[in-house]
Design a protein around this ligand. Structure first.
Ligand code: KG4
Ligand code: ZN
Length: 332
């Protein structure tokens, strides 16, 4: 009898990820190899990421199987991220998944990375059932989704420029902090006063869209106006105020979306969902809040394998010709 296990592979950015998830949504393993080689450039270098995925992917897949106490014989199907993301990086995961599927005669599921982030909420041990509002805020994307079922979502609003994680990363760089910036800003902000500086909340952007470009520029000017010595002395206050502005800009749109849709249930995902100030702020809204474990918020393959539980496998012909896409299918 088949063990009904799904192997997920995710290589859309700089993390090489593989995971084994059961048909019931139980995570048997979830391996993430963070490349850690992009820090010196202050951001992810696509070609470097792709080459590193190539070196790591087979080891990471082996690790995921070993940790799940499974072999290729136990797999029911293979799931892989098709996009959006860095095309060169995605193609390494896709080629690996295609090879395994063809060699073992297994069905292949192509998963949208953003559907993966939403689907992290459906995994055991605490699956969150639709309908709900979902805020996804990562290094590459920031959007609000109305999730009506487990197979898709409607985009209610999205960033017009930078993603929230990008705002954290770029702000961190201006403050002399390492990449990725979110955790570093959060640490520094703990010693600062969030009301020390006023940063813009993109109040002029109506509806449910986001904008973080003005905030980033505002930090740049503020540091310049303070001068190097004073900006360094007040780094913690700058970090705390900057973080507060990002969190508030996100939270205001979440509140607006809850009002507009009448939904009373909220889920969050993407790397920025790991932020403690954001979790606290959204927790205070008073609706039912689902916060996946941090390793399910940041990029991982369990969410990809999990999404494949509710997706149709590709036909053999479509599996053979599967290609990556850089930008999302919903205009994201
Ligand atoms: O979802 P993710 O791992 O990868 C993408 O798909 O982009 O998100 C990474 C982003 C980075 O911009 C990082 O700075 C941000 O998530 N991040 C955080 C925190 N941890 C990660 N931002 C704020 N606070 C955190 N604790
Ligand atoms: Zn992501």
């Amino acid at each position: 009898m088949s063990a009904r296990l799904i192997l997920g592979i995710e290589t859309s950015c700089d993390d090489t990820c593989a995971a084994v998830v059961s048909e019931a949504g139980e995570i048997r393993s979830n391996v993430v190899s963070s490349q850690g080689i992009h820090d010196r450039y202050g951001g992810v270098v696509p070609e470097v990421a792709a080459r590193r995925h190539l070196e790591l992917v087979n080891v990471v897949v082996d690790d995921a199987l070993r940790q799940a106490d499974a072999t290729l014989d136990d797999l029911d199907r293979i799931a892989v991220t098709q996009g959006p993301g860095l095309v060169g990086a995605l193609l390494i995961g896709i080629a690996t998944a295609k090879g395994l599927a063809a060699a073992r005669g297994l069905p292949l599921c192509a998963v949208d990375h953003l559907q993966g982030h939403v689907s992290a909420n459906f995994l055991e041990p605490a699956p969150f059932e639709p309908p709900f509002l979902c805020l996804i805020a990562s290094g590459g994307h920031t959007f609000l989704a109305h999730v009506r079922d487990r197979t898709g979502f409607a985009v209610l609003g999205a960033t017009l420029d930078d993603a929230a994680g990008e705002a954290f990363d770029k702000g961190a760089r201006m403050l002399g902090l390492p990449f990725p910036g979110g955790p570093a800003v959060q640490r520094l902000a703990a010693d600062g006063d969030p009301s020390a500086f006023d940063f813009p909340l993109a109040a002029g952007v109506p509806g449910l869209d986001f904008s973080f470009a003005g905030l980033k520029t505002s930090l740049l000017y503020r540091i310049r106006d303070l001068g190097e010595a004073e900006a360094t002395r007040r780094r913690a206050d700058l970090a705390a105020s900057y973080q507060w502005a990002i969190v508030e800009a996100l939270a205001v749109r979440v509140e607006r979306a809850l009002r507009q849709t009448g939904l009373r249930r909220l889920a969050i995902g993407g790397g920025v969902a790991a932020n403690a100030a954001l979790r606290e702020r959204l927790g205070a809204i008073g609706v039912e809040l689902a916060v996946p474990a941090i390793d399910l918020c940041t990029d991982n393959a369990a969410m990809i394998a999990g999404a494949a539980r509710f997706a149709e496998p590709l036909s053999a012909a479509d599996a053979r010709t599967l290609d990556a896409y850089a930008t999302g299918q919903r205009g994201l």
